[in-house]
Design a protein around this ligand. Structure first.
Ligand SMILES: C[S@@+](CC[C@H](N)C(=O)[O-])C[C@H]1O[C@@H](n2cnc3c(N)ncnc32)[C@H](O)[C@@H]1O
Length: 225
């Protein structure tokens, strides 16, 4: 779908208030269809987005050697994949509900090759059509936030992660508190489904407001057992 100049002008005004006002898959599809064109060039650029760098750094800081593909959850236009590729991760798949955002991710390349091996269009509030134990790593930035994904969506991610998979999942810090992500993940650890659970508090933007929980991410880092 080629945006008209009017679409682009309208999209330039899209920002955090619009992202946090959506609720559920259909509203997300609609929002990101109109935002894809200017998401990186206007929104990320204007705020000095650094969320993707923190998620990728937390993932790559792991001591266990990566032996397989990584799934970027809610990959959007692909900035997390680009950062992972820059840090040396070679096989990256992406999954997202928005075909317009995925089209941007598909255009990304690293060292002359596509950044993403495969891209899947899917609604992560439902079961996803990926096999068990397919991934050696799971990363996510920006998808676990108001009106997007809650803790239950992590259940499917644990299914597609193989034993030993490292996870680095960024969660909007207000959303984290509201939906009890801390307890939810602690219960999975107590049940033996994950291990080494840790949370890294990081700013999302270079212009992050220190007292605004919507400008901070709690990155849940753990290993799937
Ligand atoms: C704020 S963007 C983050 C994109 C990218 N990870 C980044 O860091 O720039 C949130 C992404 O989550 C996706 N999303 C929202 N709801 C979803 C759902 N139910 N299933 C899959 N993806 C979803 C959106 O399409 C969008 O691309």
């Amino acid at each position: 779908m080629t945006p008209t100049p009017a679409d682009e002008l309208a999209a330039e005004g899209i920002g955090l208030d619009d992202a946090y006002a959506v609720d559920g898959p259909d509203a997300n599809r609609e929002l990101y269809a109109s935002w894809a064109e200017t998401y990186e060039t206007v929104f990320l650029a204007e705020h000095g987005y650094e969320y993707h760098q923190h998620v990728a750094a937390a993932f790559c800081d792991g001591e266990n050697e990566l032996k397989g593909p990584v799934l970027d959850v809610g990959c959007g236009t692909g900035v997390v994949g680009a950062e992972l590729a820059r840090l040396g991760v070679s096989v990256i798949d992406g999954i997202d509900i928005s075909p317009e955002m995925l089209a941007k991710a598909a255009a990304k390349s690293h060292d002359g090759n596509p950044t993403y091996r495969q891209l899947f269009e899917a609604d992560l509030t439902t079961a996803i059509d990926l096999p068990d134990a397919a991934y050696a790593g799971i990363v996510s930035a920006g998808a676990f936030t108001h009106g997007h994904l809650g803790p239950d969506s992590i259940t499917e991610l644990l299914r597609v992660a193989r034993p030993g998979a490292r996870c680095s999942i960024g969660i909007n810090s207000a959303h984290f508190e509201e939906f009890g992500f801390g307890d939810w993940l602690a219960e999975r650890e107590a049940a033996g489904h994950i291990t080494g659970l840790d949370f890294e508090l990081r700013p999302m933007y270079s212009d992050t407001e220190s007292d605004n929980p919507d400008h901070w991410t709690r990155i849940a880092v753990f290993t799937v057992t």
